[in-house]
Design a protein around this ligand. Sequence first.
Ligand SMILES: *Cc1c(COP(=O)(O)O)cnc(C)c1O
Length: 438
Amino acid sequence: MKFYNLKENDEQVSFEQAVRQGLGKNQGLFFPENLPQVGDLTALLALPLVERSVKVLYPLVEDSLSKDELTEIITNAFNFPAQVQPISENSAILELFHGPTLAFKDFGARFMAQCLQHFVKKSANQNEKSSTEKITILTATSGDTGAAVAHAFHGLANIDVVILYPKGKISLLQEKMFTTLGDNISTIAIDGSFDDCQALVKDAFDDKELAKSIGLNSANSINISRLLAQVCYYFEAVAQLSRQNGDKPLPEIVFSIPSGNFGNLTAGLIAKAMGLPIKRFIAATNVNDTVPRYLATGQWQPHETIATISNAMDVSKPNNWPRVEHMIKAGIVPKESVSSSSVDEEETQMMVRQIAKLGYISEPHAAVAYSALKHSLNEGEFGVFLGTAHPAKFKDVVESILGQPIGLPKELADCASETILSIDMAADFAQLRAFLLK
Ligand SMILES: *Cc1c(COP(=O)(O)O)cnc(C)c1O
């Protein structure tokens, strides 16, 4: 399977190249040239997560990985479950936060890390004599991404990770989740905003000489490998629902997705296009509502980003949207299968309380998705909303909304007592460049 550049259609690359490059020419996103159908669905759904995921992804990556190699990669990457938990008679949450950093980003980041590690090892074996290839992952984070990337790449040979974050602008617990690992993970507290951090990353990628000499890769959510990994948990959710359903036919399934950069939505649409029976998707945003406004008016008009309590979705220029748009325009998924709505802060808080009344502690991102689902679900449909993060990751907000303390899971309690290893740096590219070349 080739992956082609959605902006420069002549650029076609292998899976390996798409993973290594991240973006194509002219900042174009890579997309599979076609989406193979999965075949016997009943048999597929009956398989365990790892085996099923290998079956789903193999046709997409077979030019770069053997089935055994893919199996090893997925076994290492998906070493934690995705779990469907019932919430009400016609809805359930898909818990995606049982990985090492308690957010769904662990699935994509770990799969990408294992793929890159495999490709680096392979090229090291091929050129034993010449110098070993080096890869440097450089990424800016305001929280979740940095943690998932740091944990996913920690301890992998020949890959260095450098994470920039705005000093003093993320919670202490968030900071501790990625700054305490050490080894091949360097973290830099930038004296500036998140935008300053992103600008520094962009400067580094624009510096072609630097990028080439240290093998720069951003590991962000535009990397196709992260999306392919996420396709697998939609299959897992439907597999669990059909198991829970026993002999009864599956209801019409609607997914509601708390959306920021729209990677999760893209992965869900790919799953549907490959033959997974999902009726439709609701892309739920917070007040950063570029997409719902676009679908209503046809005008793409991003506003200034607004800070909210569902801060992982504070995005006004969602970078995966061109993939969604492509799938709709090319008829890969029906236009009617995607709707989008925006949920304000007050409603989000109310929903966290309402879900708690149903006996489940959630957090603001899931609550945004639940709200959009509740307002849209029809007779005969069954709704699944994504639990993208563990509530303890947003402990302060959740405690203040619910007026009750919530416990810290082991992963968070462990890192809370560790020492922060990050260094401080001005928002100055010359200094960052010198650090990267060291
Ligand atoms: C990243 C993130 C999102 C947004 O996901 P996208 O794929 O970027 O739309 C939602 N919730 C949480 C907790 C996240 O970390």
